[in-house]
Design a protein around this ligand. Sequence first.
Ligand SMILES: [Cu+2]
Length: 647
Amino acid sequence: MTTARLIALDQILFVLVAAAWAATAGVALAGVRQPAAAGRRTRLIAAALCAAAIVMTALRVAVTLGLARAGWWFVAEKVTLALPLVVLPALVSAAVSLPRLLRVPSSGSGAPLPSSRLVAFPLLLTAYGAVAGVVCGVVVSYPVTGGGAAAVLALFAAASVVSWRLLGPVRAPGHRWQAAGTCVLALATALAVGGGWSGDHSHSDHDAGTQGISVDLLRGPAASAAGGPAGARSRVRRFTLTAQPATVRLASGAVGAWSFNGQVPGPVLRVRQGDLVEVVLRNRLPVVGGTAQAVTVHWHGYDVPSGEDGVPGVTQNAVAPGQIHVYRFRAEDAGTYWYHSHQNSSVAVPRGLFGLLVVDPAAPLPESEDHILALHTFGTRPTLSVDGAAPTDGLARLALPPGARTRLRVVNTDTRPVVLGLSGAPYRIAAVDGGDVPGATDLNGSRLHLAAGGRYDLTFTVPAGPVLLTAGDRPALLVNGPATPPAAAGPIVDITRYGAATAPPARFDQEVTWVLDKTLAMADGLPRLAQTVNGKAWPNIPTPVVRQGQTVRIRVVNRGTDTHPMHPHGHHVRILSRNGVPATGLPMDTFDVAPGEVWEVALVADNPGMWMSHCHDLAHAAQGMEFHLAYEGVTTPYVMGGGNHPA
Ligand SMILES: [Cu+2]
């Protein structure tokens, strides 16, 4: 069974185990309070429930053992906390309670009723332990923190002490008050300890060194620097992006959108390697309900200087309506990229504040046909835009000359992954996330998994017949119809194993582990169910601090049930392995870590700055899964909050 299935099974089982032990304890309690003969049936039912609960508990232990094979990150809190709390009392229940429930006094024998304490207390203890396990699953992640564990243990201990007293034969006056007092005390302890654990000391990510260089100084070259390192080829390319409302007209109806320059996607910025790109961002979005819709532009996958990265509160202030901001960077890296607002991005990007960026290599590509496709979902309507034209939720079409070498640059601007299929011609993945794939091989009918924010350049020679591109279940683009070839239905290519293998870095200067989960954590000053990294949500996730020139091995473990497209800004990471299987080493800027997966990637710290790292399921980022990656000595004058909301 896969790790993802074991994670899902475990989540179902720990609720079932808790329910089974709670039912057993409840029925047993009723059984021992009834007269010997009359309660016989109830006690036998309790015994049957107890047997079922024991079997389910054993199953949970087996599932945990299975999960442990995927790594300690998946089971740490189960092995150290949740399972001992249920397994140990379950053993006592099996040894003490179960035989007494089955010992049925013959009628009229005058045999005494089993002691309610002896029968019910172990069962109640087990039920509390099982419920504590459920609580543990919600409040404790990896790593297990003393505070989280103490909170769970305090609640368990309080319930146990109260039950022991209530089940006792002596009912002194004030007995119930004592019990209630114990409960309140334990609850207060749990809250105090838990508060200390989750309150986190909202450390300022912003000072990665008391003195240093401000991110504001890490900007692109001034416009006068055209003709710089790239020599004679260099020129300045100037663009203006104006954020403004727009209407997207689809076959299924019109959609109100936010746009750059009145079009969604925004204009395709197509430049040549070596160009100096200057983009003036203007904001003409309306003020809605007293709220100014501020914007920025982040260059997704393009590793610009940190001060040009477009993250409000980190590299600039969000641009309010009526304001402008100028971005400048030299287009050194050829490839397929995109840009989008990073202000309230979980709202702004789905609404249309994005566009495409292509950097053509200095030497011409072999393909004579070169088209860029943006996959974007408006509400529930998936669409495709070809070469920046208005998107369609129907079938887009392209007419291409047979025999032409063709490049389709596919950009997933959605917050969810998409499965692509290309049928009608053998094809190659010529580039991933902007970078060329060495040793790309022909694929025939295979499908591709494209992460949210990710890009594939697909190349093929136009055949005599039609070619079909599918996105999910949907035919998205037909080349040279009208006949439609059957959709690709082959296996999904393991992108981490595609292309020619390159040697991994010889050594690592630093190791970082990001364990992704969904647990109760402090976010925006309140405890909430958050998308967490190492048990914490933004802004409490510790900032990895690197030094320029270091090579960092990052291990990303997904122990939750959601897929997380992880996106470190300013860097492409090289994929080293997935689930322990060595990868070919492709550089990527957005990699999809599915539930139960463990990815190892290498990041070379070659772009000093204060960077954002986050899940590109932008709703997950808004729910806490974002943090900084800082270079030693780099500071920022900008602050989060106020008008700055990156997620
Ligand atoms: Cu995510």
